[in-house]
Design a protein around this ligand. Structure first.
Ligand SMILES: [Ca+2]
Ligand SMILES: [Ca+2]
Ligand SMILES: [Ca+2]
Length: 501
């Protein structure tokens, strides 16, 4: 048993204790004792039996925080540390991310929900809650015509009330309704629209279909939009249903037909090609159209399509492999796609796929019970957790009893030190693992005094020691995996794990 686990866990041990593997010779018998101990901790851990994603070094735990939802279409992390959510049949709610408790804030009575339409995108004003506005996009019927509108609501700290319609009479359809919302740094609002199944409209700059629109926070047209007296910001879009703004860069994902899903960088006044260009300009007709119309090609395109939906930007140390990356969720492929960005953010340098091959072919509901399915949208919390909505009740999925779900993805081993890596690297613990109940902590000279705190795996404080010399010996009688946190006058200086056996 131990030998088997030794083989399986040895690579993980190399990650946990790389410095010590390099700097000290640990014999295999000692290592096996450590692994026996870790196996014990593994079985005791409440997270055993949960799904996890193994990245290069980090294990991302996947848990369900809410179920029994109906097509959670948009998830936003609010400054009130709650998740703000739309469900497609017309409900805006606010969810406690710890308990999954859902507080319904508003129910629209004129939402039309047929196939892919309904209540869709949501945004909070950038100065929310001081400026208490909430923006929502939904489909409605007007004299027999299928349309879309953007409305503004107002939040008083406990209830949402209707404020005003900002934009209506946008052509809509049962599919291709776009509708993601995001604020630029200058306080103007971007809104995506689909072609509403009228392909040529995407190339008609007088139509609101197949566009990304830009407006002031009251719906008026900004004086510096690319076309005078027009909300059109970019055109030639088919059905963009992912939108995230990172500093000055606007990224959008866009559903292709059977081919060429896209991720684009959106620039003011530019043409993105649809329906004349699908994906890259890579055939004779497309090449001439692109040259004549100055079409901006995508950063990435996928054939066959994945059905690319929600898009967000990850840059948190909790999951280091995902720092400075786009995270893209997909409906048809049911995968989370990790798209690391170049340093300048202008290109995608790799593509990694998660939630592949997790399903159970014999029982699709077991698949869902294991917290997978059509992934519709996501948001990222300030602690580095990623929340993803599963959307199996959208008429394309196979819904199971508990659907639809909100998942939380997080690194359970991460403790936020708020530190730059250079400071972290200048301190160290050794030997680690240690067999005699003692280890040394080295302290750089520029730090005058610090306190070492030793915690057990459940976060209980076991001891505190002042460290004032460049090297301090710490003794503790217990055995197991412990967390070390060193604090100085300005807060946490260093953290690490230590194994005593
Ligand atoms: Ca979102
Ligand atoms: Ca395009
Ligand atoms: Ca093409």
């Amino acid at each position: 048993m131990v030998d088997l686990f030794f083989k399986l866990l040895y690579p993980a041990m190399l990650y946990y204790f790389p410095k010590n593997i390099i700097h000290s010779k640990i014999n295999l018998t000692s290592m096996k004792k450590v692994i026996t101990l870790l196996i014990g901790l593994f079985y005791l851990s409440p997270m055993y039996a949960q799904i996890s994603l193994q990245l290069d070094s980090t294990e991302v735990t996947v848990t369900t925080i809410a179920n029994q939802l109906k097509v959670p279409w948009e998830l936003i992390w609010g400054p009130d540390d709650h998740i703000w959510m739309t469900e497609r049949d017309g409900i805006i709610s606010r969810m406690n991310p710890e308990t999954g408790e859902k507080q319904e804030l508003y129910v629209f009575d004129d939402v039309v929900q047929v196939w892919e339409s309904g209540l869709l995108g949501l945004a909070l004003h950038p100065q929310f809650p001081e400026t208490p506005y909430v923006y929502a996009v939904y489909n409605y019927m007007d004299s027999g015509a299928f349309k879309e509108k953007l409305v503004r609501l107002s939040y008083d700290g406990s209830n949402l009330s209707f404020d005003q319609v900002l934009l209506e009479n946008i052509p809509g359809n049962t599919t291709h309704d776009g509708s993601r919302l995001a604020f630029l740094a200058d306080g103007t609002l971007l809104m995506t629209t689909g072609d509403a199944q009228d392909k040529p409209a995407a190339q008609d700059t007088a139509s609101l279909s197949g566009k990304i629109l830009r407006m002031n926070d009251d719906g008026s047209i900004p004086s510096d939009n690319p076309f005078p007296n027009s909300l059109v910001y970019s055109w030639g879009h088919r059905n963009p249903q992912g939108l995230v703004i990172v500093d000055e860069i606007v990224y959008s994902s866009e559903h292709g037909p059977r081919n060429d899903d896209e991720v684009n960088i959106i620039e003011a006044g530019k043409n993105y090609g649809w329906p004349d260009v699908e994906g890259f300009c890579d055939n004779v007709l497309e090449e001439s159209f692109c040259a004549e119309n100055d079409v901006i090609p995508p950063l990435a395109a996928w054939t066959p399509t994945l059905a690319v939906a929600g898009l967000d930007y990850y840059n948190h140390p909790a999951i280091p492999e995902w720092q400075h990356s786009l995270l893209l969720v997909t409906l048809k492929a049911k995968q989370l796609v990790h798209l690391p960005l170049s340093e300048d953010g202008l290109s995608i340098i790799d593509q990694k796929y998660y939630f592949e091959d997790v399903g159970n072919a014999d029982d699709p509901c077991l698949f869902t019970n294991q917290q997978m399915g059509r992934l519709r949208d996501l948001c990222i919390a300030p602690d580095g957790s990623v929340y993803i909505s599963v959307s199996n009740r959208d008429r394309y999925g196979v819904p199971c009893e508990n659907d639809d779900l909100i998942l939380r993805l997080h690194n359970a081993d991460y403790i936020d030190t708020g530190l730059e890596d250079e400071i972290r690297l200048s301190m160290s613990l050794y030997p680690n693992p240690s067999s005699d109940g003692r280890f040394l902590v080295s302290k750089p000279d520029e730090i005058d005094q610090a306190i070492l705190h030793l915690y057990d795996a459940k976060g209980r404080l076991l001891l505190e020691r002042r460290i004032s010399q460049s090297e301090t010996s710490i003794e503790y009688e217990g055995k197991g995996l412990f967390y070390v946190v060193v604090t100085g006058s300005d807060g946490v200086l260093y953290q690490d794990k230590v194994v005593l056996y």
